[in-house]
Design a protein around this ligand. Structure first.
Ligand SMILES: C[S@@+](CC[C@H](N)C(=O)[O-])C[C@H]1O[C@@H](n2cnc3c(N)ncnc32)[C@H](O)[C@@H]1O
Length: 217
């Protein structure tokens, strides 16, 4: 699996297919975050979320785990263009499936359009690994696609997500072929959903999960 081939085209393809909706989705809950000190971002891609994160929290120390070297270069260039080259960002070029994060080290975890890259048998191992990197009261920002529960929206979302998987599996050799509901895994890991925003008629969502147990959903 590699996003290297796709990386240079990712930005214009996103603009063409989703206008600003995916970026709105990624950043929708930034204003609701408690200021994080240490952030772990998985599969950041070309840096669009990262720039907004650092604009809002310039003192945050950010670790990015990203398997695509080209995506990392694009993200670095985007930081430079945004005047954020001297931010505290460490890029780790690694496969999240094998990279061992430090335990309980981060107060914000970010997985934007990343967990949909994996099959359920991979997520069964990956999600507890990611959760182990979270401090006790950590926040977890998670954005992704979803299939609508019923009606025409369900049909449309299944078709769109099916086309996306067919495309990404061909171009990037993505292992996944369907969306997995990760909510039960986050709940098992001790997280509670505090907020949700939906975009594109509910096709994409952004959730804020909290590591403490006294949250409302
Ligand atoms: C669908 S893109 C999403 C990029 C960005 N987060 C966004 O919101 O558009 C998935 C990203 O995760 C990275 N990725 C996929 N599998 C990975 C893995 N096993 N380890 C680390 N990064 C991975 C890809 O290189 C790519 O940048």
């Amino acid at each position: 699996m590699s996003f290297d081939l796709l990386a240079p085209h990712y930005r214009w393809m996103e603009a063409l297919c989703a206008a600003g909706q995916l970026q709105r989705c990624r950043t929708a809950l930034l204003a609701e975050l408690a200021a994080p000190q240490r952030v772990l971002v998985y599969g950041e891609g070309n840096g669009r979320f990262l720039v907004e994160l650092l604009r809002r929290f310039p003192a945050a120390q950010v670790t990015v785990v990203e398997a695509s070297a080209v995506m990392i270069e694009l993200a670095r260039a985007r930081l430079r263009r945004a005047g954020l080259a001297h931010s505290h960002v460490e890029f780790i070029h690694a496969d999240a499936l094998t990279w061992p994060p430090p335990a309980s080290a981060y107060d914000l975890i970010v997985t934007c359009f990343f967990l949909d890259c994996f099959r359920e048998d991979q997520l069964q191992h990956l999600l507890p690994t990611i959760a182990s990197a979270a401090a006790a009261d950590a926040q977890w920002l998670h954005a992704d696609f979803q299939i609508a529960p019923a009606g025409l929206r369900r049909v449309c979302s299944r078709v769109i997500v099916g086309i996306l998987y067919a495309f990404f599996r061909r171009v990037t050799r993505l292992p996944a072929h369907e969306l997995v509901n990760v909510a039960p895994y986050l709940t098992t890991a001790g997280f509670t959903r505090r907020a949700r925003r939906e975009f594109v008629l509910g096709l994409v969502f952004c959730d804020l999960w909290m590591g403490s147990r006294d949250c409302v959903s």
